[in-house]
Design a protein around this ligand. Structure first.
Ligand SMILES: *Cc1c(COP(=O)(O)O)cnc(C)c1O
Length: 366
């Protein structure tokens, strides 16, 4: 068996009874869409973050998209974000007719370089969209001050940061709204697709509920502004409720995996992940860096270890975003990183013995 970069099967083996009980609970409930499980999950997920509202949606991309619309971001508005993210962050901005504007990233944390954001702000800027990449938070203090000074909204992309904290506060509680994905690989993963938006703003909450339900109030079947069908599935919601009770344990296990890598790889010449001051890292991914990345990946082929690059192509260099007019070379740190980073196997149930195999293979190759 190859060592996989991510695998849910060991977790399923351990949690099977609970997961199947969640499925059975929904199937027996008599309500298969927007029932008790979605309602309860929304309450519990909001409470976990200490915010007033959560709206479950069908995936993380739509979480970003609906959140932008609910915050009033639309055609022609500029949204400042980063190019070293999962493409869906930018696809969602594009889908609402807004224009993504990219800031470069910090060469040590690979996160949005907040000192470069102000230069990206124009009279058309409406929103700052920090991505808490790989499981740790962007430096939110200066970003909040910028947003206040320029009258902008902040939408956090938390698709990789469930359970992360920033100066003690949960990721997702730091902006006007936050978008989450529950894609299976994420720190809180469903058994299929899912997503959510959290916010402390009751008006944004109301707009989100209409947007995910064709543009209607559920009790008043008239469309005022056409929306989408973007509901969180009831079965996934019940599974997520069960898994939410274990989220802090998943994060603790990921941190233990990270600590073992840090020990085993300390003196190899690999640049290991750095946690920024004030952050508690959730380690969605364990991303290392080396100038001879491609050679290392090639040499590791013989060891039957699966490795990933997240992400090999910065979004601004993709042909689908050529119309944004960002030349290669315009985001030097982002572009340099894309050629040097790779991700090691990382999931809470990764057995230490398997992890040691990865460490020794890397030590051989390096
Ligand atoms: C996974 C991810 C998304 C999209 O989530 P889906 O549920 O796959 O639509 C958006 N942003 C980031 C940063 C992600 O990692």
């Amino acid at each position: 068996m190859p060592t996989r970069v991510w695998d849910y099967l060991p977790e399923y083996a351990a949690e099977r009874h609970d997961i199947l009980d969640a499925v059975e609970t929904v199937f027996r409930s008599g309500r298969l869409v927007l029932g008790e499980s979605v309602r309860s999950f929304e309450e519990e997920f909001a409470a976990y973050h200490g915010v007033g509202h959560c709206v479950g949606v069908d995936n993380g991309t739509n979480a970003v998209k609906l959140a932008l619309q609910a915050l009033g971001v639309g055609r022609g508005d500029e949204v400042v974000t980063v190019s070293n993210t999962a493409a869906p962050t930018v696809v969602a901005i594009d889908a609402v007719g807004a224009v993504p504007v990219f800031a470069d990233v910090d060469p040590r944390t690979y996160l949005m370089d907040v000192s470069q954001v102000e230069a990206a702000i124009t009279p058309r800027t409406r929103c700052l969209l920090p991505v808490h990449l790989y499981g740790q938070c962007v430096d939110m203090g200066p970003l909040e001050r910028l947003a206040a000074r320029h009258d902008l909204v902040i939408l956090e992309d938390c698709a990789q940061a469930h359970g992360a904290r920033h100066h003690g506060r949960p990721a997702g509680s730091l902006g006007h709204a936050a978008a989450f994905s529950f894609y299976p690989t994420k720190v809180l993963g469903a058994y299929g697709d899912g997503g959510a938006v959290i916010t402390s703003d009751a008006v944004v909450d109301g707009a989100l509920r209409r947007l995910r339900y064709y543009g209607m109030e559920q009790t008043y079947y008239v469309v005022e502004t056409p929306g989408h069908n973007a509901r969180l599935d009831e079965v996934q919601a019940e599974i997520l409720r069960r898994k939410l009770t274990r989220l802090d344990a998943y994060v603790a296990a990921r941190r233990a995996v990270a600590a073992r890598y840090a020990d085993g790889l300390a003196d190899t010449g690999l640049v290991l992940p750095e946690t920024a001051e004030g952050n508690e890292h959730a380690y969605y991914l364990y991303v290392v860096r080396h100038p001879r990345r491609d050679e290392i990946l090639e040499a590791l082929r013989g060891y039957d270890i699966e490795l990933n690059v997240s992400y090999p192509w910065p979004v601004h260099t993709m042909s689908g975003f050529a119309h944004l007019g960002r030349r290669p070379g315009s985001l030097p740190v982002t572009e340099a990183l894309a050629g040097e980073i790779f991700s090691l196997p990382m999931y809470p149930s990764l057995p230490p013995g398997v992890q040691d195999k990865v460490i020794s293979a890397l030590r051989d190759v390096l």
